[in-house]
Design a protein around this ligand. Structure first.
Ligand code: CP
Length: 342
Protein backbone atom coordinates (compact mmCIF):
# COMPACT_ATOMS: atom_id res chain seq x y z
CA UNK A 1 0.00 0.00 0.00
CA UNK A 2 1.36 3.42 -0.94
CA UNK A 3 2.12 5.84 1.86
CA UNK A 4 -0.16 8.86 1.43
CA UNK A 5 -0.84 11.97 3.59
CA UNK A 6 -4.36 10.64 4.22
CA UNK A 7 -2.96 7.36 5.50
CA UNK A 8 -0.64 9.19 7.92
CA UNK A 9 -3.49 11.39 9.22
CA UNK A 10 -5.72 8.38 9.87
CA UNK A 11 -5.68 7.39 13.58
CA UNK A 12 -4.18 3.99 14.26
CA UNK A 13 -6.83 1.29 13.83
CA UNK A 14 -7.30 -1.48 16.36
CA UNK A 15 -6.69 -4.53 14.32
CA UNK A 16 -5.90 -8.16 14.76
CA UNK A 17 -3.15 -7.70 12.18
CA UNK A 18 0.29 -8.06 13.73
CA UNK A 19 2.36 -4.96 14.43
CA UNK A 20 4.80 -4.01 11.71
CA UNK A 21 7.48 -4.09 14.38
CA UNK A 22 6.93 -7.69 15.42
CA UNK A 23 5.22 -9.96 12.97
CA UNK A 24 4.41 -13.62 13.41
CA UNK A 25 6.99 -16.06 12.14
CA UNK A 26 6.01 -16.97 8.57
CA UNK A 27 5.03 -20.66 8.44
CA UNK A 28 7.31 -21.17 5.43
CA UNK A 29 10.32 -20.26 7.56
CA UNK A 30 12.90 -22.89 8.49
CA UNK A 31 14.68 -21.65 11.57
CA UNK A 32 15.10 -24.68 13.82
CA UNK A 33 15.09 -28.41 13.15
CA UNK A 34 12.61 -28.62 16.01
CA UNK A 35 10.10 -26.68 13.89
CA UNK A 36 9.59 -29.65 11.57
CA UNK A 37 7.03 -32.31 12.38
CA UNK A 38 7.79 -35.81 11.12
CA UNK A 39 5.20 -35.55 8.28
CA UNK A 40 6.75 -32.23 7.31
CA UNK A 41 10.22 -33.79 7.16
CA UNK A 42 8.76 -36.47 4.90
CA UNK A 43 7.12 -33.89 2.63
CA UNK A 44 10.36 -31.87 2.34
CA UNK A 45 12.42 -34.93 1.43
CA UNK A 46 9.77 -36.17 -1.02
CA UNK A 47 9.67 -32.72 -2.59
CA UNK A 48 13.49 -32.74 -2.88
CA UNK A 49 13.23 -36.04 -4.82
CA UNK A 50 10.61 -34.62 -7.18
CA UNK A 51 12.48 -31.37 -7.77
CA UNK A 52 15.77 -33.13 -8.38
CA UNK A 53 14.27 -35.33 -11.10
CA UNK A 54 12.11 -32.68 -12.68
CA UNK A 55 12.71 -31.33 -16.16
CA UNK A 56 14.88 -28.20 -15.76
CA UNK A 57 12.56 -25.98 -17.82
CA UNK A 58 9.49 -26.98 -15.85
CA UNK A 59 11.40 -26.59 -12.59
CA UNK A 60 12.44 -23.08 -13.55
CA UNK A 61 8.76 -22.08 -13.73
CA UNK A 62 8.09 -22.96 -10.11
CA UNK A 63 9.45 -19.75 -8.59
CA UNK A 64 9.81 -17.76 -11.80
CA UNK A 65 10.68 -14.10 -11.03
CA UNK A 66 10.15 -14.55 -7.26
CA UNK A 67 12.70 -12.53 -5.31
CA UNK A 68 15.03 -14.26 -2.90
CA UNK A 69 17.65 -12.38 -0.88
CA UNK A 70 20.71 -14.17 0.46
CA UNK A 71 21.99 -12.35 3.51
CA UNK A 72 25.34 -13.78 4.52
CA UNK A 73 27.01 -12.22 7.55
CA UNK A 74 29.49 -15.10 7.81
CA UNK A 75 31.58 -16.93 5.23
CA UNK A 76 30.11 -19.96 3.50
CA UNK A 77 30.87 -22.05 0.43
CA UNK A 78 28.44 -24.97 0.46
CA UNK A 79 25.34 -23.38 1.96
CA UNK A 80 25.51 -20.14 0.03
CA UNK A 81 26.25 -21.74 -3.32
CA UNK A 82 23.62 -24.44 -2.96
CA UNK A 83 20.89 -22.02 -1.83
CA UNK A 84 21.75 -19.76 -4.76
CA UNK A 85 21.80 -22.62 -7.27
CA UNK A 86 18.55 -23.94 -5.79
CA UNK A 87 16.79 -20.57 -6.11
CA UNK A 88 18.09 -20.01 -9.64
CA UNK A 89 17.14 -23.54 -10.67
CA UNK A 90 13.58 -22.74 -9.59
CA UNK A 91 13.58 -19.58 -11.70
CA UNK A 92 13.84 -17.07 -8.83
CA UNK A 93 15.77 -13.82 -8.97
CA UNK A 94 18.47 -13.77 -6.31
CA UNK A 95 20.52 -11.06 -4.72
CA UNK A 96 23.43 -11.61 -2.38
CA UNK A 97 24.12 -9.25 0.51
CA UNK A 98 27.30 -9.89 2.45
CA UNK A 99 28.67 -8.00 5.42
CA UNK A 100 31.50 -6.59 3.33
CA UNK A 101 30.40 -4.09 0.69
CA UNK A 102 26.90 -3.55 2.15
CA UNK A 103 25.53 -1.07 4.69
CA UNK A 104 25.98 -3.70 7.39
CA UNK A 105 29.58 -2.48 7.36
CA UNK A 106 28.32 1.03 8.23
CA UNK A 107 26.43 -0.27 11.25
CA UNK A 108 22.97 -0.91 9.82
CA UNK A 109 21.06 -3.33 12.03
CA UNK A 110 19.77 -6.73 10.96
CA UNK A 111 16.22 -5.48 11.43
CA UNK A 112 16.74 -2.45 9.18
CA UNK A 113 18.51 -4.55 6.60
CA UNK A 114 15.55 -6.95 6.58
CA UNK A 115 13.00 -4.14 6.27
CA UNK A 116 15.07 -2.64 3.44
CA UNK A 117 15.22 -5.92 1.56
CA UNK A 118 11.46 -6.36 1.97
CA UNK A 119 10.84 -2.84 0.66
CA UNK A 120 12.98 -3.76 -2.34
CA UNK A 121 10.67 -6.68 -3.06
CA UNK A 122 12.40 -9.61 -1.37
CA UNK A 123 9.85 -12.34 -0.71
CA UNK A 124 12.13 -14.70 1.19
CA UNK A 125 15.40 -14.15 3.05
CA UNK A 126 18.10 -16.72 3.55
CA UNK A 127 20.24 -15.72 6.51
CA UNK A 128 23.61 -16.81 7.81
CA UNK A 129 24.61 -14.96 10.94
CA UNK A 130 27.27 -15.31 13.65
CA UNK A 131 24.53 -14.52 16.20
CA UNK A 132 22.34 -17.29 17.59
CA UNK A 133 18.68 -16.36 17.30
CA UNK A 134 19.19 -13.79 14.51
CA UNK A 135 16.78 -15.60 12.12
CA UNK A 136 13.92 -15.20 14.63
CA UNK A 137 14.58 -11.48 14.87
CA UNK A 138 14.64 -11.14 11.09
CA UNK A 139 11.47 -13.20 10.68
CA UNK A 140 9.66 -11.07 13.28
CA UNK A 141 10.91 -7.82 11.77
CA UNK A 142 9.87 -8.67 8.22
CA UNK A 143 7.07 -11.23 8.36
CA UNK A 144 8.82 -12.92 5.43
CA UNK A 145 9.78 -16.57 5.29
CA UNK A 146 13.31 -16.78 6.68
CA UNK A 147 15.50 -19.76 5.94
CA UNK A 148 18.22 -20.20 8.52
CA UNK A 149 21.53 -20.89 6.76
CA UNK A 150 23.32 -21.20 10.11
CA UNK A 151 23.05 -18.92 13.15
CA UNK A 152 26.00 -18.76 15.53
CA UNK A 153 26.29 -21.91 17.60
CA UNK A 154 22.53 -22.52 17.48
CA UNK A 155 21.20 -24.25 14.38
CA UNK A 156 21.66 -25.19 10.76
CA UNK A 157 18.35 -26.91 9.90
CA UNK A 158 18.85 -27.23 6.14
CA UNK A 159 22.14 -29.03 6.84
CA UNK A 160 20.34 -31.49 9.12
CA UNK A 161 17.79 -32.19 6.37
CA UNK A 162 20.45 -32.79 3.71
CA UNK A 163 22.34 -34.96 6.20
CA UNK A 164 19.15 -36.95 6.75
CA UNK A 165 18.72 -37.38 2.99
CA UNK A 166 22.30 -38.68 2.79
CA UNK A 167 21.68 -41.14 5.63
CA UNK A 168 18.46 -42.45 4.08
CA UNK A 169 20.20 -42.91 0.72
CA UNK A 170 22.95 -44.90 2.46
CA UNK A 171 20.35 -47.02 4.26
CA UNK A 172 18.34 -47.37 1.01
CA UNK A 173 15.18 -46.04 2.64
CA UNK A 174 12.88 -43.98 0.39
CA UNK A 175 11.61 -40.62 1.64
CA UNK A 176 8.00 -41.85 1.59
CA UNK A 177 8.91 -44.25 4.43
CA UNK A 178 9.87 -41.44 6.80
CA UNK A 179 8.10 -41.89 10.13
CA UNK A 180 8.94 -41.56 13.79
CA UNK A 181 10.39 -45.08 13.62
CA UNK A 182 12.23 -44.96 10.29
CA UNK A 183 15.67 -44.78 11.93
CA UNK A 184 14.94 -47.27 14.69
CA UNK A 185 18.03 -49.44 15.15
CA UNK A 186 20.30 -46.81 13.58
CA UNK A 187 22.99 -45.22 15.75
CA UNK A 188 24.54 -41.94 14.66
CA UNK A 189 27.66 -40.67 16.44
CA UNK A 190 28.42 -36.97 16.17
CA UNK A 191 32.08 -36.48 16.99
CA UNK A 192 34.25 -33.50 17.86
CA UNK A 193 33.49 -29.87 18.57
CA UNK A 194 29.87 -30.29 19.62
CA UNK A 195 29.98 -27.18 21.80
CA UNK A 196 30.31 -24.81 18.86
CA UNK A 197 28.43 -26.84 16.27
CA UNK A 198 25.06 -25.69 14.97
CA UNK A 199 25.12 -28.76 12.72
CA UNK A 200 25.37 -31.05 15.74
CA UNK A 201 22.51 -29.26 17.45
CA UNK A 202 20.15 -29.45 14.45
CA UNK A 203 20.99 -33.10 13.83
CA UNK A 204 20.57 -33.91 17.53
CA UNK A 205 17.12 -32.32 17.41
CA UNK A 206 16.04 -34.01 14.18
CA UNK A 207 17.37 -37.57 14.25
CA UNK A 208 15.83 -38.82 17.54
CA UNK A 209 12.41 -37.70 16.25
CA UNK A 210 12.82 -40.35 13.56
CA UNK A 211 13.86 -43.05 15.98
CA UNK A 212 17.67 -42.81 15.71
CA UNK A 213 19.95 -43.24 18.68
CA UNK A 214 22.39 -40.31 18.80
CA UNK A 215 25.75 -40.48 20.56
CA UNK A 216 27.70 -37.28 21.13
CA UNK A 217 31.43 -37.93 21.34
CA UNK A 218 34.30 -35.61 22.22
CA UNK A 219 36.48 -34.27 25.03
CA UNK A 220 34.87 -32.32 27.91
CA UNK A 221 36.23 -28.98 26.62
CA UNK A 222 34.30 -29.41 23.36
CA UNK A 223 31.44 -31.50 24.69
CA UNK A 224 30.16 -30.40 28.10
CA UNK A 225 27.78 -32.74 29.93
CA UNK A 226 25.03 -30.12 29.40
CA UNK A 227 25.03 -30.94 25.67
CA UNK A 228 22.98 -34.02 26.52
CA UNK A 229 20.13 -31.61 27.34
CA UNK A 230 19.69 -30.53 23.68
CA UNK A 231 16.91 -33.09 23.59
CA UNK A 232 16.00 -36.25 25.47
CA UNK A 233 17.71 -39.55 24.82
CA UNK A 234 21.14 -38.26 23.74
CA UNK A 235 24.14 -40.21 25.03
CA UNK A 236 27.59 -38.84 25.76
CA UNK A 237 30.57 -41.08 25.02
CA UNK A 238 34.13 -39.85 25.57
CA UNK A 239 35.78 -42.91 24.03
CA UNK A 240 35.86 -42.49 20.25
CA UNK A 241 36.51 -46.16 19.50
CA UNK A 242 33.50 -47.16 21.61
CA UNK A 243 31.32 -44.65 19.75
CA UNK A 244 32.61 -45.89 16.39
CA UNK A 245 31.98 -49.50 17.31
CA UNK A 246 28.34 -48.70 18.12
CA UNK A 247 27.71 -46.59 15.01
CA UNK A 248 25.89 -47.11 11.76
CA UNK A 249 26.81 -43.57 10.77
CA UNK A 250 29.58 -41.30 12.06
CA UNK A 251 29.46 -37.55 11.63
CA UNK A 252 32.82 -35.87 12.12
CA UNK A 253 32.99 -32.17 12.97
CA UNK A 254 35.60 -29.50 12.45
CA UNK A 255 37.15 -27.82 15.49
CA UNK A 256 35.84 -24.28 15.11
CA UNK A 257 39.04 -22.36 15.82
CA UNK A 258 37.18 -19.07 15.23
CA UNK A 259 34.91 -19.78 18.23
CA UNK A 260 37.49 -21.32 20.59
CA UNK A 261 38.21 -18.10 22.55
CA UNK A 262 39.09 -18.89 26.15
CA UNK A 263 39.23 -22.65 25.63
CA UNK A 264 42.46 -24.55 25.62
CA UNK A 265 42.46 -27.67 23.51
CA UNK A 266 45.63 -29.72 23.00
CA UNK A 267 45.30 -30.35 19.27
CA UNK A 268 47.93 -33.13 19.19
CA UNK A 269 46.08 -34.98 21.94
CA UNK A 270 42.78 -34.32 20.15
CA UNK A 271 44.11 -35.81 16.93
CA UNK A 272 45.38 -38.90 18.72
CA UNK A 273 42.08 -39.48 20.48
CA UNK A 274 39.43 -38.33 18.01
CA UNK A 275 40.80 -38.22 14.47
CA UNK A 276 39.01 -40.37 11.86
CA UNK A 277 41.98 -42.39 10.52
CA UNK A 278 41.78 -45.20 8.01
CA UNK A 279 43.31 -47.85 10.32
CA UNK A 280 40.91 -46.95 13.14
CA UNK A 281 37.83 -46.92 10.90
CA UNK A 282 38.86 -50.23 9.29
CA UNK A 283 39.35 -51.81 12.71
CA UNK A 284 36.17 -50.68 14.48
CA UNK A 285 33.68 -49.28 11.95
CA UNK A 286 34.39 -50.88 8.59
CA UNK A 287 30.78 -50.60 7.41
CA UNK A 288 29.83 -47.20 8.80
CA UNK A 289 29.02 -44.20 6.65
CA UNK A 290 31.47 -41.39 7.44
CA UNK A 291 29.95 -37.94 7.14
CA UNK A 292 31.19 -34.39 7.66
CA UNK A 293 29.24 -31.16 7.02
CA UNK A 294 32.39 -29.38 5.85
CA UNK A 295 34.55 -27.50 5.65
CA UNK A 296 36.88 -30.38 6.47
CA UNK A 297 40.34 -29.79 7.85
CA UNK A 298 42.35 -32.66 6.41
CA UNK A 299 44.84 -34.03 8.91
CA UNK A 300 42.94 -32.62 11.89
CA UNK A 301 39.58 -34.28 12.59
CA UNK A 302 39.76 -36.54 9.51
CA UNK A 303 42.55 -37.84 7.30
CA UNK A 304 42.50 -37.40 3.52
CA UNK A 305 42.37 -41.18 3.17
CA UNK A 306 39.07 -41.35 5.07
CA UNK A 307 37.59 -38.17 3.57
CA UNK A 308 38.22 -39.46 0.04
CA UNK A 309 37.72 -43.14 0.87
CA UNK A 310 34.92 -45.55 -0.02
CA UNK A 311 33.00 -45.03 3.23
CA UNK A 312 32.88 -41.26 2.84
CA UNK A 313 29.48 -39.62 2.27
CA UNK A 314 30.90 -36.10 2.23
CA UNK A 315 30.49 -35.38 -1.49
CA UNK A 316 26.96 -36.83 -1.38
CA UNK A 317 26.10 -34.48 1.50
CA UNK A 318 27.21 -31.51 -0.58
CA UNK A 319 25.26 -32.82 -3.58
CA UNK A 320 22.09 -33.12 -1.48
CA UNK A 321 22.30 -29.43 -0.56
CA UNK A 322 20.66 -28.26 -3.79
CA UNK A 323 17.55 -30.51 -3.83
CA UNK A 324 16.89 -30.01 -0.12
CA UNK A 325 17.24 -26.25 -0.44
CA UNK A 326 14.99 -26.23 -3.52
CA UNK A 327 12.37 -28.03 -1.42
CA UNK A 328 12.73 -25.47 1.37
CA UNK A 329 12.36 -22.58 -1.07
CA UNK A 330 9.24 -24.09 -2.64
CA UNK A 331 7.85 -24.67 0.87
CA UNK A 332 8.64 -21.05 1.76
CA UNK A 333 7.27 -19.42 -1.36
CA UNK A 334 4.81 -21.85 -2.86
CA UNK A 335 4.92 -21.99 -6.63
CA UNK A 336 3.77 -19.81 -9.49
CA UNK A 337 0.41 -20.64 -11.10
CA UNK A 338 2.24 -22.42 -13.86
CA UNK A 339 4.01 -24.54 -11.28
CA UNK A 340 0.66 -25.72 -9.97
CA UNK A 341 0.34 -24.46 -6.36
CA UNK A 342 -0.37 -21.10 -4.79
N1 CP B 1 28.25 -27.07 5.95
C1 CP B 1 28.33 -25.73 5.80
O1 CP B 1 27.55 -24.97 6.39
O2 CP B 1 29.34 -25.30 5.00
P1 CP B 1 29.59 -23.79 4.58
O3 CP B 1 30.06 -23.05 5.82
O4 CP B 1 30.64 -23.82 3.51
O5 CP B 1 28.30 -23.22 4.08
Amino acid sequence: MALTRAAIRKPPQKSSAPSFFQQPIHPGSAISASDFSVPEVRRILESADVLEKENAFRRAERLARRRVALLFYESSTRTRTSFELAAKGLGADTTLVSSLSSSIEKGESLKDTGITLKALGAECIILRSPYSGAPYLLAQATGLPVLNAGDGMAEHPSQALLDLRTMLQFLEIPARKISDKVLRGVTVSIVGDILHSRVARSNALLLPKLGAKVILCGPPALLPETAACITSGLMIERDYDAALRASTIVMMLRIQAERLAGLSVDLDDYRTRYQARADRIAAVAPKALIMHPGPIIRGMEITAEVADGPQSGIAQQVHNGVPIRMALLVRALGATKKGGRR
